[in-house]
Ligand binder design. Structure first.
Ligand SMILES: [Zn+2]
Length: 361
């Protein structure tokens, strides 16, 4: 990107040399996520407290590929290794990085996407190569090694799936749990549902707007997944209680997209049982009226969660390798580098979370 608001262009650059603790990855697939168009053109106005890569910039959030070169201090990763590159960048030296809470780092940024504070800008200087390219450098700490049964196209979906996976872990999802996913047929919601099944959730309940998509989600695990259409006369909370002996869900994961009305967020929150855990990874914005005395009286937890660690990503790869999560539901829509502007324009036609838009350079 040279000028914000104008089409992306293809530029020829030198293939970068990795620094001592970095690797060079030949990109085989990079996710084109639904929010990318917003990040490219709208975030500068919507969220001035965030930081964006300085222009000209190479964007691209979710890359997967092969390690083709490595720095002199990289020992545990071999040339030829298939990897997903977790784009989460952090300083490594602050108190939170040193105790392993890397998403709490004040420099936390998404390589090729945006940073979560003004300070995060320095990460774009260290790592200027986003995933919409043939090659990129990446720190060794960011690499998730991929088993042979996970394709590069599927790995390019790791970011959205990882966000849901970490939300499930934040909620301590266990085999006896009923998990309600608000927005289950979307890009974030569907991946969350797949990993809720993998983690053994007894039942996965989901809401959505599109009846056909909801039926497809339900058919992934009939009897274990139940769905609720947004235009139903029955409230989400009453529907959830009708399936849980009047109690409500043990866990609610909110995955609603940007611009969704706050009422839709609250509708699922009210389906939480006494003692339940609510984790928000969706993009509903603004102040939401919550009766905090009721939250306290009923021992409910309300948690915000952002992204996931490389360790979480590796656990997901291990679950996939062992056959404990079925990732075959995705329909890969593949674009070449010179089709990136077309891809951004047709993204809105996606088949809910089932479509997986990827760039294969
Ligand atoms: Zn740090």
């Amino acid at each position: 990107m040279h000028v914000r608001g104008e089409p992306l262009t293809i530029d020829q650059l030198e293939v970068p040399t990795p620094r001592p603790t970095d690797v060079l990855v030949e990109v085989k697939a990079c996710g084109i996520v639904p929010n990318l168009g917003n990040v490219l053109n709208k975030f500068v106005d919507w969220f001035p407290h965030l930081s964006l890569p300085p222009l000209p910039a190479i964007f691209g959030l979710d890359p997967a590929g092969v390690v083709v070169d490595k720095g002199s201090q990289v020992h545990g990763i071999e040339i030829g290794q298939r990897v997903y590159v977790n784009p989460g960048r952090y300083c490594g030296g602050c108190r939170y990085c040193r105790i392993g809470e890397t998403t709490s780092c004040k420099y936390f940024a998404f390589n090729g996407y945006f940073g979560f504070s003004p300070e995060a800008k320095v990460m774009f200087e260290d790592y200027p190569y986003g995933g919409l390219a043939e090659y990129m450098t990446a720190p060794q700490y960011s690499l998730v090694t991929l088993p042979d049964n996970v394709s590069f196209e599927t790995a390019a979906r790791w970011g959205y799936m990882g966000t849901g996976f970490r939300a499930l872990k934040q909620a301590d999802v266990a085999p006896s749990d009923v998990v309600l996913i608000n927005g289950i047929s979307g890009t974030l919601g569907l991946g969350t549902a797949l990993f809720a099944l993998a983690l053994g959730a007894r039942k996965v309940l989901g809401t959505g707007r599109d009846a056909q998509l909801l039926e497809r989600v339900r058919a992934i695990a009939p009897g274990r997944i139940e769905v609720h259409a947004a235009d139903s006369d029955v409230s989400v909370a009453d529907w959830t209680r009708s399936l849980t002996n009047g109690e409500g869900a043990d866990v609610v994961i909110d995955t609603l997209g940007p611009g969704t009305p706050q009422e839709a967020w609250l509708a699922a929150f009210h389906g939480l049982r006494r003692g339940g855990r609510h984790v928000n990874v969706g993009a509903v914005a603004g102040d939401i009226p919550i009766h905090m005395h009721e939250v306290m009286d009923n021992d409910k937890s309300l948690i915000g969660s952002v992204w996931f660690t490389t360790a979480d990503g590796q656990e997901m790869a291990d679950l996939a390798e062992a056959g404990m999560v079925d990732l075959s539901v995705f329909e890969h829509e593949v674009f070449k580098l010179d089709e990136i502007n077309t891809a951004l324009n047709v993204l809105k036609n996606r088949n809910g979370g089932f479509s997986n838009y990827v760039l294969v350079p």
